[in-house]
Design a protein around this ligand. Structure first.
Ligand code: GUN
Length: 288
């Protein structure tokens, strides 16, 4: 079997083109879509993500602003930054980059993350956004799960009536993506670190999503021939290279289609964020 490589970069560029056109249409109506990113601390990976978001926003005609705060910042200062962005009519989307500095308690982090106004929650992480998704009335789709669904659609992968196995139960990827697959009429299994016989579970799947954060966890021998594999893992190897949660080389020749790392799901996350910012600005322009 020839395995098709799903080119997430190309699909993401297509979505970014669409976002650019919508941002331009908004600007012609006097609305400049605005995104505020709050970055506290000096986590290297977060700094890279935020730089990429800033660059992509600029390219799409979205006014991006990053509030950079030191790693010893107190919760009140971060909360004030969120409140300021909430009150600013020029800011349509707000994102608090995670993880927040280790000096902040779990309760403080929750308070900060939950302070974002729901109509500006372009990450889709707020309890109300996640609850609406669960009810099938999504407000903003979390970006990585939304990117996965778009990739399936653009690759022409049938979801309705198929068996999907999602590896990982995070609040950011595994859980929301399971609901999106369910809403698209897949039969969904969520597997995780305590699931016995993981290989047997994965072997049942027509669609496998790996979102665990363990390099090469999913082996080629676990895959049903023809399966579609979405690899959400972004793991840095000791030699500096990035790799996914799936043993990519082993999957070639068995899977029907697979996303590579890098260049698969990753580029979709930022494109879907910009899509959400545009959506927020369009709603604001319509007065709701
Ligand atoms: N940290 C890693 N990924 C993300 C993301 O998608 N959003 C936010 N806010 N923080 C992250």
């Amino acid at each position: 079997m020839v395995t098709r490589i799903i080119d997430g970069k190309a699909v993401a560029l297509g979505l970014r083109d669409e976002v650019r056109r919508r941002a331009l249409a908004l600007r012609e109506r006097g609305v400049v879509p605005g995104l505020t990113v709050i970055l506290a601390g000096d986590d290297a990976a977060s700094a890279t993500y935020v730089r990429n978001k800033e660059r992509a926003a600029l390219e799409c005609g979205i006014a991006g602003r990053t509030v950079r705060l030191p790693s010893d910042v107190d919760a009140l200062t971060v909360l004030r930054a969120v409140e300021e962005a909430n009150a600013d009519p020029g800011v349509h989307g707000i994102l608090v980059q995670l993880p927040l500095p280790a000096g902040l308690s779990r309760a403080e982090c929750q308070e900060i993350e939950r302070a974002i106004a729901p109509h500006k929650d372009v990450d889709g992480f707020l309890p109300v956004s996640q609850g609406l998704l669960l009810l099938g009335q999504p407000s903003f789709l979390p970006c990585t799960p939304a990117g996965c669904m778009r990739l399936l659609r653009s690759a022409g992968i049938e979801v309705a009536g198929r068996r999907a196995v999602v590896l990982g139960r995070s609040a950011i990827v595994g859980k929301p993506l399971s609901h999106l697959l369910l809403a698209a009429d897949a039969t969904v299994t969520i597997a995780h670190s305590k699931t016995p016989d993981l290989a047997d579970v994965v072997r049942q799947a027509d669609i496998v999503v790996a979102a665990v954060g363990r390099p090469g966890l999913v082996r080629g021998a676990w895959l049903k021939p023809g399966v579609c594999v979405l690899d959400v893992g972004i793991n840095r190897l000791p030699d500096g290279r990035l790799t996914g949660d799936v043993a990519f080389d082993e999957a070639l020749g068995i899977a029907g289609a697979i996303t590579p790392v890098p260049g698969g799901v990753g580029p979709m996350t930022i494109a879907c964020l910009l899509d959400n910012v545009c959506l927020a600005a369009e709603r604001a322009a319509e007065g709701h």
